[in-house]
Design a protein around this ligand. Sequence first.
Ligand SMILES: [Cu+2]
Length: 308
Amino acid sequence: MTGRLSGLAMWALLAAVAALGAPGVALAQDAGMVGAPVAWGMGLQQSGGPIKDAISSFNTLVFWIIVVITIFVALLLAYVVWKFRADANPNPSRTSHNTVLEIAWTVVPVLILVVIAIPSFRLIYYQDRTVDADLTINVQGRQWYWHYGYPDNGNFTFDSYPVQDADLAAGQMRNLEVDNPLVIPVGANIRILSTGQDVIHSFFIPSLGVQRYSIPGRTLETWMRADRPGTFYGQCNQICGVNHWFMPIVVRAVPQAEFDAWAAEARTRFAQGLPPGAPRALAAAPDATAAPGADAAQTQMIVAQARR
Ligand SMILES: [Cu+2]
């Protein structure tokens, strides 16, 4: 009887949740997971894609190794304190060597490090780059906002500025929202080419497992993929100046069709290939028809080098 009641209660709860969730279906940007810090969060952020999945499982492996070592050392200390206490050992032992023990406490930690190192190196190479990218996005860190480019979709570029507290809409997250989020298709392997305009920044989205420095005069490559639709929040995590704390990143992962529609609209909204530093008003002007700038040529060169 209790089981049936709790079953009914569960279905009622699910129906209520579905009913509450229904208005969100119409607004695509409200759908999907939210990759962001939560109050009293203890572990890593929830995963939005395969790189973060791999980071989370590696984190779990290392965590349990640490737990076992900590318990072992604590028990060993307690045992030694008890067994070799002064009143039980009036004549202290003069033992100074034990070959078997010395080999063991050298070899066992080496084996533990090997167990950690193998998945660690595999993860580093997995994160490093994707072989078959579906899409390339140029990321440029600037003091203090982000500048993005979509060379595969008409080479439009745009700036992504943080939303000030006074301009926050209801439900938006303080210090994490931007005016123009990065939009990506769900399930696509995105090649990120990261560079800095002025100082060293870092493109960091915890829930997608992405982090790459943005260094002036260099282009660093990495990749990301969102397997779940949603909104993923990040921040610059390289101390880059006085407003470093207010340099958020927002990635919206949407279905391919929605991405295509957004890219088509963005191509006209953000004028093509404007040179870096062009005024934002000019970038927003619908009739701006500047020739594709350095961004496209640079990307083609870098991608060609990467494929060689
Ligand atoms: Cu920065």
